[in-house]
Each structure stands twice: as C-alpha cells, then as structure tokens.
Ligand binder design. Sequence first.
Ligand SMILES: Nc1ncnc2c1ncn2[C@@H]1O[C@H](COP(=O)(O)OP(=O)(O)O)[C@@H](O)[C@H]1O
Ligand SMILES: [Mg+2]
Length: 398
Amino acid sequence: MPQSGLILVAALSGRAIAQAVARTGAVVATLDQFGDADVPAPARRVAGDPVAGFDGEALIAAARALAPPGSGLVVGSGFEQAPELLAALLGAGPYRLLGNGPEVVRAVKDPAGFAARLATPGLAKMGVSHPETRTEVLEDAVPGEWLIKRTGAAGGGHILPWNGGSLPGGHYLQRRAAGLAVSVAFIADRSGKCELVAISRQWADPAPDAPFRYGGAVLPAAVPQSLAARLAETARRIAAAFGLAGLNSLDLLVDGDAVSVLEVNPRPGATLDLLERHRLGGVMRAHLDAAAGRGWSLGPPRPGVIAGAVAYAAAMLTMPAGFAWPPWCADLPRAGSTIEGGQPLCSVTAWGGDEEEARRRLSRRIEHIVADCARRGCLVEKTGPMEKTGDVVPSLQC
Ligand SMILES: Nc1ncnc2c1ncn2[C@@H]1O[C@H](COP(=O)(O)OP(=O)(O)O)[C@@H](O)[C@H]1O
Ligand SMILES: [Mg+2]
C-alpha cells in the first residue's frame, strides 16, 4: 500500500480524536456528524444520525475527497453497529487501520458472543462476571429485572428498563446489575502488552426518555490498590481474548468485591480529553504506535484529577455569531447551529485536587455555560427536525 503521512479520523463526533492526533504532530483530516467549530481543518460533516450511524456512501465519498490511499485511519464511535462499514471504509482508500479491525469490533459487540467469551473460569475466580444477556424474550423474564439495550450503540441513551414487551430487531436484554459505574482505559498491542491508562468514575445525566444517558466522568478515580490491580488484570485478559489493539476501555459496575463487565469500547472513547491531560505527553502517540505494531510507552500520570461532562442545552436555541466560548469548553457548535433542548451543547472539563473539587468546579462550569447559551443564544420556534449542525444557518440577528 502507498504511504501517506495523513491520518484520517472518522467518528460520530471526531473533535477529541482529531485534536489528540494533531497534538502528536501528524497531519489530520476529520469526518464526523457535527462539524463543530473546534475540529481541526480539513474536516467534513457527513450525513447520518447517531442511531442509524453514517450514510455509508457519503462517508466513503468524503474520505476519498480528504485522504489519499495509504493514509492512516483512526475511528471513534459510529462503527460498532456496522463493522462492515469500517471494512468498506478501509478498503475505499485503501487506508492503514490504526485501531481494531472489523472482525474484532464485531466480536466485541456481538452480545451473545461477548457473553460466551467472558464466561471463563479465570474471570469468575477473580470475582468478575458479565450480567446475563439474552437475545430473545424467555417466559421466565421478569420486567424490572432487565434492561433493553441496542447492539453496538453508545452513550447510554439507548438503554431502557424492559417493560415486558417484545424485543425489537438489533436489541438485546441484559439483567440489571448493581454497583457504581467505572471505566478502565487501557492500551494494548498484539504482542500481549497491556497497560492501564486510568480508571474513571462515570455518571449518567438522565433525560425523561433516557435514564442512562451519558453524563460525564472523572479520573483518576480513587479506588483501592487491590481493586485497581484486579481491574487492570481483567482488562489485560479481555484484551488478549479479543486481540484488542490501541486505546480501548472497559465499562464496569463495581459492587463491593463483585465486578460486572458491561462492555468494551474498542476505540478511543468519551474520556479521551481527560486521558490526554492525565498522562504527560498525552495518550494518542501510544495509541498510534501500539495499533501500528511499533514500540510504545505511556507518560507518567500528572498530579490532580480531571472531570469532564456533556453540557446539554436547556431549551432549543441557535448559536449567535461571535459567542465567546470559555477555554474549558470543547465540541463547540458553529454560529448559526440550532440545538434542540436536551441535545449536547458542548463538552466541559475541570481540574481539581481531588474528585470532589473537580466535580464541584465542573458542575459550576456546566451551569454557567448552559445559562450563558440560553441567555445569548436565540430561542427558536420549532419548524421541523432540528439538530446540532453547521449546515442550518438561520438569521443571526439576535
Ligand atoms: N446490566 C446493567 N445493569 C445496571 N446498569 C446498567 C447495565 N447496563 C448498563 N447500565 C447502566 O448504563 C450505563 C451505560 O452502560 P453501557 O453498557 O456502557 O452502555 P453504552 O454502550 O451506551 O455506554 C452504565 O454505566 C450503567 O450505569
Ligand atoms: Mg459504555
């Protein structure tokens, strides 16, 4: 394959990955569904939606326009419900994949196959299990004890309590487990090396129709050393079992000594901004090297704790021109973008000496930016389907 120095980033929301790749000194081009103002150029917004994913033809046409054959390819969310689209995108360059391939993604995201692979005595002996998972409704299932989840989805918005109804295509049931939500970020390579990057504590920001909608995360979480070692070993075994490469994360529930593995995110995920700041020199260089089969190492952890969350818009608004975003905001909607109430406005981060301080500052910042946008953004009348988009440019006279 010819080599190109460029790295193509493709993700539903590509800003965090693109900025991290750019910080390594690489030339980056980005395809995503938001086209936010802080995505490094060149970038293209690709049609699709967060549930259906990318419009495959549009994605491939945009990739060919931006990235020559032989470019590197780093993907974020958007391919786990459609690993075949990842295969098609790779072949369309062809591009050099810097991450997990379509077969690995398919294996990790197949609910029954994932559950079967995790049912190993090795994990059970460590007190690590996986909530019972079913791809059909059986007579003995009691509503209230089960959640319904969409295969390959992310962001928690797809998870609902099961009310006893039938199971729509592409969904599965998972037994509710107890515990605090924790995520383990790790970097692995195909030689079996696997290092813990950080353990984060995660929280939901429930919406009326989405009780598990992603809220934010704080890292490094203060967890006992013995638990941290057990979680790192769990990640190492799962990485080896599936052949994971690069930066991945493992979402879990921790209930005393009992650990339930919920899922693997086989790509840089929602905590990337936090990990980039937590490790001296960032984590993207190690991701690129580990995925490409080169030697890699992680910088040491920096002091302090970093929290990050999604700020959701309080009501529908249109971003005015010249809005002065504070430096702690990212994923910035362009002037003229319309954001529906309850949809992501931007991402916010805050540093603190400990988890409590970081989260307190984060909450204040979220309140501030949501109120500021509500005050200065034009409230708009709903005239049709709206989304956070740079393509809709209504009047800025507000
Ligand atoms: N089986 C479960 N039992 C209890 N809570 C769950 C379960 N599955 C998911 N959740 C809740 O939903 C959140 C997101 O779950 P996850 O499986 O990671 O979905 P997503 O792929 O959308 O991130 C978890 O942090 C947890 O709070
Ligand atoms: Mg998750």
